[in-house]
Design a protein around this ligand. Structure first.
Ligand code: ADP
Ligand code: MG
Length: 211
């Protein structure tokens, strides 16, 4: 049977928002990951580009946000500015009914203005690692110490490569207790290692190979 967004334990306002943005049926990665994320598990989700990974993490985060809003609630890291803006846009559109404050922190924009945005305690920060690490090293207008979710979008591209130093600076600013959501087109050894490192129960979803 084809699942609907209501079958995934999402609140009715989120199901309504999916319809508003023209999304009717959840994709397989959404069907599989959303209920497990809502149960509080860490999640590693792998499926090819275009399979709807953004909503797979954005919907459960938005649902939890409504129940317990405080400070910066979720941090989404992604390797490029373009992806950061796309993710920020999806959060903004879906989160409109709850007046979601989402802040995109990428290179090439004014540091001072960004610092001011961060100081306003947005609910969601979407960032590229380099610029966020710059902010953490240069100012203290904001804190990531109470985030509930860390999302690594395109996790394979963020881990085990030239982002290592920046990612490590960022991880030091995060609370130990948090839910980790890693999404990627492929699962590599790096993701396997992270699976071992996290203390939480991890749900792993890998889209079946296409025939
Ligand atoms: P990925 O991160 O896996 O590459 P995205 O999350 O960027 O994919 O989604 C790709 C496109 O598919 C976006 O335009 C998004 O709005 C759309 N989309 C997401 N979920 C669904 C769905 N359940 N049904 C139809 N379209 C969807
Ligand atoms: Mg994506």
């Amino acid at each position: 049977m084809v699942k609907t967004f209501s079958d995934l334990n999402l609140n009715s306002w989120l199901v309504r928002q999916c319809t508003v943005i023209g999304v009717k049926h959840p994709t397989p990665i959404q069907v599989n990951c959303i209920p497990e994320i809502l149960k509080g598990k860490d999640c590693i989700g792998a499926a090819k580009t275009g399979s709807g990974k953004t909503l797979a993490f954005a919907l459960p985060i938005l649902q939890e946000l409504c129940e317990d809003p405080y400070g910066i609630f979720a941090l989404i890291l992604t390797p490029t500015r373009e992806l950061a803006y796309q993710i920020g846009d999806q959060f903004a559109v879906v989160g409109k009914p709850i007046n979601l404050k989402c802040c995109v922190i990428v290179g090439g924009m004014d540091m001072v203005a960004q610092g001011q945005e961060l100081a306003k305690k947005p609910h969601i920060v979407v960032a590229t690692p380099g610029r966020l690490a710059d902010h953490l090293e240069s100012c203290n207008t904001f804190s990531l110490a109470r985030i509930k979710y860390l999302v690594l979008d395109e996790a394979d591209r963020l881990l085990g490569g030239h982002f290592d130093e920046q990612i490590s600076t960022i991880f030091k600013a995060l609370p130990k207790k948090r839910q980790n959501l890693f999404f990627s087109a492929t699962i590599t050894d790096t993701l396997g290692k992270l699976k071992e490192a996290t203390g939480n129960e991890v749900f792993l979803y890998e889209a079946p190979a296409e025939v």
